[in-house]
Design a protein around this ligand. Structure first.
Ligand SMILES: *Cc1c(COP(=O)(O)O)cnc(C)c1O
Length: 465
């Protein structure tokens, strides 16, 4: 222990971490997907009195790996389809290790120039891949929840400024009321962001059977009121995968002076594929966008991205200039001016590595592969007796019913108990469902076949009833 063996202690601990990481990753193709113990059992394993004396780092790493092993969910497995969660591309994982070793507090350009530059370039690449306006600000957040918060914070300041109200100086008390209109099937993180921002409960606008906002209903809702307004659109409905009609809805919103924010946590990535981007036509006409890199792009947690077309809007909210923080200089902004945190890890660096390793055609192939696997699930499931596919499989999401709600829940429980695959039970369009989200770069046709076989086993065990 101690400074005399500084590099030796690191080497010993990191070698153990590397060995445990390799055996974990090596176990993924064959291990059951779900954890073998629940949180209470894990708590009993971990829960011991904190000893008084220090322990060698390498031994602590070994102990951690041993204690945790039975409680790990194989989320990076190609047979994991729960919620909407990606795995991790090799280049992104290794870059994330380096980010940890470098230990850069990535908030200021002058202090951590290497990570600032890598993140800036990752941001430029993202704008190009997603077809968003050049010159937009890009900030790296913890996830799409944080990105929705940041984008809506910029929206709030901007629409109030247009109404003659200086939010930074005056605060929200006494300000004009900001109307927020959202699709009926927006993600709960939009409501959370609005709550943090003091904007209250939004007004829900009717959506169609696939969860897409109905433009005529949006127009009617905007016409029925007045004053500063924000419209939240969605790229990628959690259940159907469908996206709102971006161009049409944005034009309606802009005709009423509203700011248009897009929650595209996973669905924004359709814009990076030539075969998929048609469903997001007009995306670049919106004002702010939130997405995740830890879902569709398959970088490690946690990594979201906020993009705002008017840089002054984002910086007016998050930019502060105190005496001890050096400013970035003319024509540049510091990373901390675009996100809620001052201190943070360089989470945009794994984005750089993921994009560099894939290239633009690799990003498109990643998206197209996810969609192809989702469609393979959709067509195979449609052909099975007693199975109904409830959504149009337009992106990465597939929702199925096995008949009554009770039967769907029973079959879902059997599928999870089987262990070969992992999918989420959910509730959509008034029914209990099983949702399959294809978000992992490594899922291949063998994973899809093995998962379909698990569903067939569960159906056979359940019987025809
Ligand atoms: C996952 C998701 C979010 C929240 O993203 P986090 O990364 O979990 O914060 C928001 N909107 C949609 C549509 C999502 O799928």
């Amino acid at each position: 222990m101690g400074i005399e063996n500084f590099s030796g202690d690191y080497r010993a601990a990191l070698e153990r971490a590397h060995a445990h990481a390799s055996s974990w990753l090596g176990s993924l193709p064959s291990r059951p997907v779900g954890p073998r113990m629940d949180a209470d059992q894990l708590l009993a394993r971990f829960n011991q009195p904190l000893q008084e004396q220090p322990l060698p780092a390498a031994g602590v790493v070994d102990e951690l790996a041993r204690l945790a092993e039975p409680g790990l969910m194989a989320m990076p497995s190609g047979r994991f389809f729960g919620w909407v969660m990606g795995g991790t591309l090799p280049a992104a994982m290794a870059a994330d290790w380096l980010v940890t070793a470098w230990d850069q507090n990535a908030s200021m350009r002058f202090a951590t120039p290497a990570t600032a530059a890598a993140e800036e370039v990752a941001g430029l690449w993202l704008l190009e891949l997603l077809g968003l306006p050049a010159g937009s600000d890009v900030g790296f957040t913890t996830g799409a929840t944080g990105a929705n918060f940041a984008g809506l914070a910029a929206a709030r300041a901007h629409v109030l400024a247009e109404a003659g109200w200086d939010l930074a100086a005056e605060g929200l008390s006494g300000s004009p009321r900001v109307r927020v209109l959202v699709g009926a099937e927006r993600h709960a993180s939009i409501d959370m962001a609005l709550k943090y921002l003091g904007l209250g409960t939004p007004q829900a606008v009717a959506a169609d059977a696939q969860g897409r906002i109905i433009p005529a209903a949006l127009a009617a809702a905007l016409e029925a009121g007045s004053g500063p307004a924000i419209v939240c659109l969605q790229a990628g409905n959690l259940h159907s995968g469908a996206s709102d009609p971006m161009g049409e809805a944005a034009a309606i919103a802009h005709a009423h002076g509203a700011w248009v924010h897009v929650d595209g946590a996973f669905g924004l990535w359709a814009a990076a594929s030539p075969t998929q981007r048609g469903q997001l036509a007009g995306l670049g006409d919106c004002d702010s966008w939130a997405t995740d890199a830890h879902k569709t792009l398959n970088v490690p947690y946690d990594c979201g991205v906020v993009i705002v077309s008017r840089p002054e809007a984002l910086r007016s909210v998050f930019g502060v200039h105190t005496s001890y923080l050096m400013t970035a200089g003319q024509g540049h902004s510091d990373p901390f001016e675009k996100v809620p945190e001052f201190s943070r890890r360089a989470r945009g660096v794994p984005v750089w590595a993921a994009l560099r390793s894939l290239g633009s055609s690799g990003v498109a192939a990643l998206i197209d592969g996810l969609v192809a696997n989702a469609q393979a699930f959709g067509s195979a499931l449609s052909a099975m007796d007693g199975v109904e596919v409830l959504n149009e499989v337009v992106f990465t999401q597939v929702c199925v019913s096995f008949g009554s709600d009770e039967r769907t829940r029973r079959v879902t429980a059997r599928i999870l108990a089987d262990g070969a695959t992992w999918m989420s039970g959910s509730h959509w369009a008034g029914r209990d469902i099983l949702r399959i989200s294809v978000s992992n770069w490594s899922t291949d046709s063998a994973d899809v076949a093995a998962s379909l076989a698990a569903i067939e086993r569960a159906l056979a065990a359940e019987g025809a009833g």
